[in-house]
Design a protein around this ligand. Structure first.
Ligand SMILES: *Cc1c(COP(=O)(O)O)cnc(C)c1O
Ligand code: SF4
Length: 361
C-alpha cells in the first residue's frame, strides 16, 4: 500500500498554501470584482494593515461585498477612518509588559507574544498596530527571559501563547518554545491562541500534533466567527487536535454584518458544540484604530446575548466580554438577574421578567 503521504510531504502542504495566499489586488482571481471601498484600500499600498488570505479561506466567501467571510479578510477604505476613542494599543498591553514578549495582566495568567505574522489578517484585529510595525523574529534569549520570569512567579498557572499566530512558527521552533517553558515550569498549563484551524487547516499536521501532544496540558483557543467557517477541513483540523487529548475552545469576535444576529450566533455555537468545541468567549470589538465599521454597539450585543441565553444551552453559550480600554482587563457583560433586596430576601428576575424571591440567610 502506498504511504498516505510521508510526514514531510504532509508537513509542506501548509507552507505551499501559505505562499500561494492572495496578497494584493493583482493576485486576486480575475472573476473576483472588488467593490469601490475594497479597491480604494488595496490601491493605497503602504497605508493601513497587512492583507493576506489563503486561497481556501478566500474560496468560502460569496460575491456579495457584505458576505460574512469576505468582510473578515477583505480590507475596505473605512479602515482609514479612525475614531477619537480608538488607539493602537486598545487593551493597554504595554502597561503590563514584564519582558519583551510577556504580558502579565492577571494574577495567575501571563501571555507570551510568539509571532508577529498570521495566516490571514483579520480586518478586526486588535493587535493590528503591533503586527504592522516591523518586529524582529523571536529569539531564544526572549524565550529564556520569559521563562525565567515564569520561574520566579509561581503564582502564574497558565501561559497563553499568542501573537500574531504562534502556528506560523515551524514545528521545531514551537517545540523549542514549549520545551523551554515546560522546563522552567513543569506545572504550567499552556493555551495556544491560533486561527489556523479556521483559516489554514492544513497547518494542523501529524508532526505538529505530535509536538503538542508532548506538552499537555495544552488547550487550543481558536476563532470561528461564522457557521460558514465550519468546513470539512476546519472541523477535521479541530477534531484531530481533540482526538490527541487537546481541548479546543473558541473565542468569537462580535462583528457587524458578520455575526451580529441571534440566528447566526445560535447556529455557530450549537455547531461548535456538536464538533466538541466549547464556545468560551464572545468578544465585544476592541477599540482598535480603523475597526469602527465592524463593531457592534455594546447595548445591541447585550440584547443579542439576552436572547441567546434563553435559546441555547449553557454548554453552547460563551461569556460575552469586553476588554476594557486602557488596560482594565476583561469584564463579562451580563445583565443582572438580581433585582433588589427586600427584607431578608433577594428578588431574582427570570428570563421573562417574572420576579422570584430567595432567602438571604
Ligand atoms: C485574555 C487575556 C488573558 C486570559 O484571560 P481569561 O479570562 O482567563 O481567558 C490573559 N492575559 C491577557 C493579557 C489577556 O488579554
Ligand atoms: S489571527 Fe488574531 S492576531 Fe492574527 S490577524 Fe486575526 S485577530 Fe489578529
Amino acid at each position: 500500500m502506498p504511504d498516505p503521504g510521508s510526514d514531510s510531504e504532509v508537513s509542506s502542504v501548509w507552507k505551499r498554501e501559505l505562499s500561494e495566499s492572495y496578497r494584493s489586488v493583482s493576485d486576486l482571481p480575475e472573476i473576483f470584482a472588488p467593490c469601490r471601498e475594497e479597491r480604494e484600500y488595496l490601491e493605497s499600498p503602504g497605508r493601513g494593515f497587512r492583507f493576506s488570505v489563503p486561497r481556501n479561506y478566500f474560496a468560502l466567501a460569496g460575491d456579495d461585498e457584505n458576505d460574512p467571510v469576505r468582510l473578515q479578510f477583505m480590507p475596505r477604505s473605512e479602515e482609514f477612518n479612525t475614531k477619537g476613542y480608538e488607539t493602537g494599543d486598545p487593551l493597554g498591553e504595554k502597561l503590563h509588559k514584564v519582558t519583551d514578549r510577556l504580558i502579565h495582566r492577571y494574577y495567575d495568567r501571563a501571555l507570551f507574544i510568539a509571532s508577529d505574522v498570521c495566516a490571514m489578517y483579520c480586518r478586526h484585529c486588535f493587535r493590528r498596530d503591533y503586527l504592522t510595525a516591523d518586529q524582529s523574529p523571536l529569539t531564544e534569549a526572549e524565550i529564556e527571559n520569559a521563562a525565567s520570569y515564569l520561574k520566579k512567579h509561581s503564582e502564574i498557572k497558565e501561559l497563553i501563547i499568542s501573537g500574531g499566530d504562534p502556528f506560523m512558527l515551524d514545528d521545531k521552533k514551537i517545540n523549542d518554545l514549549l520545551y523551554i517553558f515546560r522546563l522552567a515550569r513543569p506545572d504550567i498549563v499552556f493555551r495556544v491562541a491560533t486561527r489556523t484551524p479556521v483559516v489554514l487547516p492544513s497547518r494542523i499536521t501529524p508532526s505538529l500534533l505530535k509536538v503538542l501532544t508532548d506538552f499537555k496540558p495544552l488547550f487550543i483557543m481558536t476563532q470561528f466567527n461564522h457557521p460558514a467557517e465550519l468546513t470539512e477541513e476546519s472541523v477535521k483540523a479541530s477534531g484531530d487536535l481533540i482526538n490527541c487529548g487537546i481541548p479546543v475552545m473558541n473565542q468569537t469576535v462580535l462583528l457587524r454584518n458578520v455575526n451580529d444576529s441571534v440566528v447566526v450566533l445560535a447556529e455557530l455555537f450549537q455547531k461548535l458544540v456538536s464538533c466538541s468545541i466549547k464556545p468560551y468567549y464572545l468578544f465585544q470589538g476592541d477599540l482598535a484604530a480603523g475597526t469602527a465599521h465592524l463593531r457592534v454597539p455594546i447595548l445591541q450585543g447585550m440584547e443579542i446575548m439576552k436572547e441567546l441565553r434563553s435559546r441555547i444551552s449553557g454548554l453552547a453559550l460563551p461569556v460575552y466580554a469586553v476588554d476594557l480600554p486602557g488596560g482594565g482587563g476583561k469584564v463579562p457583560l451580563t445583565e443582572s438577574y438580581v433585582g433588589r433586596i427586600s427584607g431578608n430576601k433577594v428578588i431574582l428576575i427570570d428570563s421573562e421578567g417574572k420576579e422570584f424571591s430567595y432567602p438571604l440567610e
